[in-house]
Design a binder for this molecule. Structure first.
Ligand code: FAD
Length: 463
C-alpha cells in the first residue's frame, strides 16, 4: 500500500465533484492539500491566520520553526514534483542547492560514513520552500487565500457544511485541517459532540540552534553534511549543515534534554569545536543571522483512523495529524504524502456523505511508517525500563542495518530509501538485508576499522 501511495504518476482525475473546498492553514501541508483539491473543486479557499503575501512567508508567527534547518527528503521532493512538475528546477534557478551523493558528507560517532547514490538533497530554507509552494498553488487559478482565523465548523446531516472564520460562516463542500501541531480541530469536534481523535505523545525534549553564515562558493564541493552521535557516545551536540539560497550556509546544532544551546554565537562556535572540521570552518565565517533556538517537548499524533464518530467531508493533513521529532526530517515529506492520500481518496469517487474513513486509513500507513522509525530511535534514548524481548530483538536487528549502512553501499541504499520515506520500513526486514548487515558488521569489527558498536547507533538524522 505504501508503494502505491508514494507513486509519482499523475492520477486519473474524475470530473470535479465539489463546489468549494476549504483548507484551514496555509503552510506546507495546507498548500499541498489545496493543490490536490484544485483537481476536484471549482473553488479552493485557503484560510491562513498570518498575513502572508505571495512572495513573503518570512517572519510569521504561525510557523515558529521557520528559521531552523528544514531538509526536504527525496520522497517529499518526488511528491512535490508530482504536484508541481518542474519544482526542483525552479527552486534551483531561484538559488536552492541540489546536492548529489558525492556532495554530501556524513559522520557517525566521528567516523566518516559511505554515501549511497540515492542521496540527492534539495537544500533551501523552509521559508523559501513555502513561498515557492504558495506561488505555484495560487497560480492554479481556482485557488485563493484569505487572511483569517478559523474558529470552528458548522454541520448538517452528519457532514461539515461551513467553517467559521472571523465571526462569519464560509460554506464548504469539503474541509481539510492543516493548522499544524497546535490545531484545535480535536477540541472543536469534542465540543460539538463528535469523537475527539485519540492523542498519542512521546516525550523527546529536542533542542535546536541554527545560524546562517555567508557562503563564498556558488557550487561548494560539499552542499550538505551531518554529524550524528549514538546515545552513549561521549559527545552530545549533533550538527547538520546545508547550503541554501542567497549564497548562505545554514548550520544547525541539536542536543537533547537539559543541555540546551544558548542563542549566542560564542556558545554556538564553542559547540562546533567538537565537530568535524567542516562545521568549524563554516562557523568561523561571517554570520548573517543571530543564533535562533527552538525546543520541542514531544512528538505527537492524532488517531483520526481510530475515531468512530467523525463528520463527513472532513480530513486533516500534516502536523495536525502527526508531528515527529524534527531531526528525522519527516514532516514536510509526510505532508506531501498526505496530499497524495487525499488525491487517491478523492479520485476513487468515495461517498462524500460518509466520514472520510478511506482517507484516514491510507494516511495511517504513511504516519505509521514515519512514526515507527523515529519513535523507536527516541525510545532507545529515553526509556527507563527494559522493553520486552521481541522489541529488543527487533531493535537489535534494525541497529545492525543502521550500523552496516555507514560502511556498506548496498545496505546504505536500502536504509536511505526508508529514512527518505521512499520505501516502507518493512523492506529492511528481509533475510538478505539482515544477513548482509550482520556479515558486514562482523567483517568490519574484525578488520579493526573504527566503526561504532551496532547496538549503540541511533537511527538519526538526515542533513
Ligand atoms: C525545529 C523544527 C525543524 C524541522 N525540520 C524539518 C525538516 O528538516 N524536514 C521536514 O520535512 N520537516 C521539518 N520540520 C517539520 C515541518 O516544519 C512541518 O512538518 C511542516 O511545516 C508541515 O507543517 P504543517 O503545514 O502541517 O503545519 P505548520 O507549518 O505548523 O503550519 C500551520 C499553519 O496553520 C496556520 N494556522 C494555525 N491555526 C490557524 C487558524 N485557527 N486559522 C487559520 N490558520 C491557522 C498557521 O499560521 C500556519 O501557517 C521541522 C519542525 C521543527 C519544529
Amino acid at each position: 500500500m505504501f508503494t502505491g501511495l508514494s507513486s509519482t504518476r499523475q492520477p486519473e482525475v474524475p470530473a470535479r465533484s465539489l463546489r468549494r473546498a476549504i483548507v484551514l492553514g496555509g503552510s506546507v501541508a495546507g498548500l499541498l492539500a489545496a493543490r490536490v483539491l484544485a483537481d476536484h473543486a471549482d473553488e479552493v479557499v485557503v484560510v491562513e491566520r498570518d498575513e502572508v503575501g505571495e512572495d513573503d512567508a518570512g517572519g510569521r508567527r504561525g510557523v515558529p520553526q521557520q528559521f531552523q534547518v528544514h531538509t526536504l527528503l527525496p520522497a517529499g521532493r518526488a511528491q512535490i514534483e508530482r504536484w508541481f512538475p518542474g519544482f526542483t528546477g525552479e527552486a534551483v534557478d531561484r538559488g536552492a542547492v541540489l546536492s548529489l551523493s558525492h556532495q554530501v558528507q556524513a559522520w557517525a560517532d566521528d567516523v566518516a560514513a559511505v554515501q549511497a547514490p540515492n542521496v540527492v538533497l534539495l537544500s533551501e530554507s523552509r521559508t523559501f520552500l513555502e513561498t515557492l509552494l504558495r506561488r505555484r498553488t495560487l497560480a492554479l487559478g481556482n485557488v485563493h487565500q484569505v487572511n483569517g482565523v478559523a474558529e470552528g465548523l458548522r454541520y448538517r446531516d452528519g457532514r461539515v457544511t461551513a467553517v467559521r472564520v472571523g465571526g462569519r460562516d464560509l460554506s464548504a463542500d469539503f474541509v481539510v485541517d492543516a493548522m499544524g501541531r497546535a490545531s484545535r480541530l480535536s477540541d472543536w469536534l469534542h465540543d460539538d459532540g463528535w469523537d475527539r481523535p485519540e492523542l498519542e505523545r512521546m516525550r523527546i525534549d529536542v533542542n535546536y540552534a541554527t545560524a546562517y553564515f555567508r557562503r563564498a562558493e556558488q557550487d561548494p564541493p560539499t552542499g550538505a553534511a551531518i554529524s550524528r552521535f549514538s546515545p552513549h557516545y561521549r559527545k552530545r551536540t549533533q550538527a547538520a549543515l546545508t547550503a541554501v539560497e542567497d549564497m548562505q550556509w545554514m548550520l544547525m546544532l541539536t542536543t537533547y534534554g537539559a543541555d540546551r544551546p544558548a542563542p549566542d554565537l560564542d556558545d554556538f562556535r564553542a559547540r562546533c569545536a567538537d565537530l568535524p572540521g567542516l562545521f568549524q570552518d563554516i562557523a568561523r565565517q561571517e554570520p548573517v543571522s543571530e543564533v535562533r533556538t527552538y525546543h520541542q517537548a514531544d512528538a505527537r499524533r492524532r488517531h483520526f483512523d481510530r475515531a468512530n464518530r467523525l463528520p463527513a467531508r472532513l480530513a486533516a493533513v500534516g502536523d495536525a495529524v502527526a508531528s515527529f521529532n524534527p531531526v528525522y526530517g519527516q514532516g514536510m515529506s509526510s505532508a506531501a504524502l498526505h496530499a497524495s492520500c487525499l488525491s487517491e481518496y478523492l479520485c476513487a469517487g468515495p461517498d462524500l456523505d460518509r466520514p472520510a474513513t478511506g482517507f484516514f486509513r491510507s494516511q495511517k500507513v504513511v504516519v505509521d511508517a514515519a512514526w515507527d522509525l523515529s519513535t523507536s530511535g527516541d525510545a532507545q534514548r529515553t526509556e527507563t525500563t527494559r522493553p520486552p524481548f521481541p522489541v529488543r530483538l527487533q531493535r537489535a536487528l534494525v541497529n545492525q542495518v543502521i550500523t552496516a549502512s555507514t560502511v556498506d553501499l548496498r545496505i546504505a541504499t536500502k536504509f536511505n530509501d526508508v529514512a527518505f520515506m521512499l520505501a516502507h520500513p518493512s523492506t529492511l526486514a528481509t533475510p538478505s538485508v539482515l544477513l548482509r548487515s550482520l556479515l558486514v558488521n562482523l567483517r568490519h569489527r574484525r578488520s579493526r576499522r573504527a566503526v561504532p558498536e551496532p547496538a549503540a547507533v541511533e537511527p538519526v538524522p538526515v542533513p
